[in-house]
Structure formats: C-alpha cells, structure tokens
Write a protein that binds this ligand. Structure first.
Ligand code: AMP
Length: 295
C-alpha cells in the first residue's frame, strides 16, 4: 500500500491504476469506513482512501480540534483491507491559497435543512473538499455512507450538476451490536453517555414500528423519536439539534408520509459529542435495531 501526502505524487501514482474507486474519509477509521472500502473493491481494480480532517467543514465553535486522529492505526486498517493508496494531505496541500481565500463549491438546493440549517457553511466545506479530492484522484466511482444521508445526497447532486464522470454509491450504515451507528466521534463518548446515545437509534426504531402500524403523520413520528431520546437521556447532558421527517430524495420536510416514503434524520448532542443518525421508514428495519422494537 502506498501512503501519499502530495497531489503531485498522487497524480503520478493514479496513472498506473485502472478503474479506481475512492472512499473519502476524515480518519479515525471504524468498521463503517472499512465496509465502504470493501464495497469499493467490488466496483474497481484499485481503491484509494483519502484521510483528511477538512477544516472548512467545521464551524468556529465546532469540534475540529477535538476530532479524533489516529493515522498509524488507520493505515494498518487500510493495509489489512487491501487498499492500494491512502492519500493523507496537509491542509496547505488541499488549500494552497489558504482556508478563506480559495474557490468554493456550493449545492444550494439540498443544504437548507437538517445539518445544512444547524451547521452553516458545513456543506460548502464538504462539497469543496470532495470536488478537490475528485479532481486530484479522478476516481471512476466513489462510495459514501448513508449514515450521513444528507451528505450522500448533496454529493450525488454535485457530481450531476458539475457533470463529473463519477458514479456515486451510497452504502448502508454500519451499527454496533447495540444499534448505535458507528462514528469516529463515538471515541469521544463518555461511557456514562452510552445509554443517552442509544436513544437515537431506539427512537428511530419506534418511529419505524409506528409507521409499520399505519402512522403517517410526520409530526407524530418525529414526536416518538424526540420523546424516546429524552427519556433515554434521563438526567445526562443531552440536547436535540433536530428531528426531521423528510422526503428520501428531495429532503424536503413532510407533513404526511406519502407513497415516496420518508427518512427520519436526527442530530443530538450527548455531552459534548454531536451524533447523527437516520432511518428509512418505508424500508426493512436493520437487524441491529430489531432489539429496540416494542413487544
Ligand atoms: P467520516 O470519516 O465520518 O467523514 O466518514 C467518511 C465516510 O464514511 C462517509 O461517506 C460517511 O458517511 C461514511 N460513514 C461514516 N460512518 C459510517 C457508518 N457507521 N456506516 C457506513 N458508513 C459510514
């Protein structure tokens, strides 16, 4: 496996490869990332993983400094999976004219709600860095996780709008045995906050169950998620950022769930850690969540 830190070297190495699948990440890799890499291998001759904690997608009061970093551990995991190249650039390599003064890419339409509303500038940072990574790597296909449901939709829209010849694949969310969606930020969760963190997937499961029993009112479904999370949190430090029942493609908020189905997206702070999760109500419940259904 090659470990590359500069764009110039990356371009040289890329020329030797045939069909490439790319998996962009911010490192602190877990099984969810590795599942994306394995899926990538099925779609190409070689897999390129990028590891870059992108400063422009963090707001001024967010956790850029506290974001977990473990390059040595990450490289070992990538080696074990059989990745061809890990690209781990510096910020100055990615932003040669500085973080403020460069050229940015924006996708206005899908970014007004959900994380777009609560993290101003976040998606502008994401679409900009992913565009740069795509131009540097020139992958044939790129894999993103449905764990970041809105992000995958925004990236797919960006590649379509900018006529990028890259297939975007959205891969299912990997969960811990107790249902918690895997996330690099879980490393920052205090053990005493685990029960509160589990409120997210438990709330989503109960909304899924209610939908299966015929409930179609979005506000009621959102209310189930909110009240389940609040009671799971007990007296731990916990606050809800948003719980929104939206259309799976347009991401527009719904009043009533129609034939197009729905995804409920949630974001919450557990202690200092911001967690997100989501669930398609109209698709089968993932196996790790069945334990949270009401009898
Ligand atoms: P991150 O390093 O958190 O920026 O994530 C890099 C990629 O991995 C993104 O496409 C994420 O959606 C994806 N990802 C993160 N967590 C999971 C998970 N639990 N299951 C599947 N994909 C994930």
């Amino acid at each position: 496996m090659q470990v590359i830190h500069t764009i110039a070297e990356l371009r040289q190495a890329r020329k030797q490869l045939g069909r490439v699948a790319m998996v962009p990440t911010m490192g602190a890799l877990h099984e969810g990332h590795l599942s994306l890499m394995r899926l990538a291998q099925e779609h190409a001759d070689a897999v390129i993983v990028s590891i870059f904690v992108n400063p422009t997608q963090f707001g001024p009061n967010e956790d850029f400094d506290r974001y977990p970093r473990d390059l040595d551990g990450d490289l070992q995991k990538c080696r074990d999976v059989g990745v061809a190249i890990v690209f781990a650039p510096s910020a100055s390599e990615m932003y040669p004219n500085g973080l403020q003064h460069g050229t940015f890419v924006e996708v206005p339409e899908l970014t007004t709600h959900l994380c777009g509303a609560s993290r101003p500038g976040h998606f502008r940072g994401v679409t900009t860095v992913v565009s740069k990574l795509f131009l540097a790597v020139q992958p044939d296909v790129a894999i993103f996780g449905q764990k970041d449901y809105q992000q995958a939709a925004v990236i797919a829209r960006m590649t379509q709008d900018l006529l990028m010849p890259i297939e975007i694949i959205a891969a299912p969310t990997s969960r811990e045995a107790d249902g918690l969606a895997m996330s690099s930020r879980n490393r920052n969760l205090k053990p005493e906050h685990r029960a509160a963190a589990l409120g997210l997937c438990r709330g989503l499961t109960l909304a899924h169950q209610s939908f299966a029993n015929g409930e179609r009112d979005a506000q009621i479904l959102e209310g189930i998620v909110e009240s389940t999370m609040q009671s799971a949190a007990q007296n731990q430090s916990f606050s809800i950022d948003y719980v929104d029942c939206v259309h799976p493609e347009s991401l527009k908020p719904l009043n009533t769930v129609g034939d197009g189905g729905a995804v409920i997206c949630v974001a919450a702070f557990v202690g200092e850690v911001r967690l997100i999760d989501n669930l398609r109500l109209d698709l089968e419940l993932p196996a790790e969540l069945t334990q949270w259904r009401n009898p």
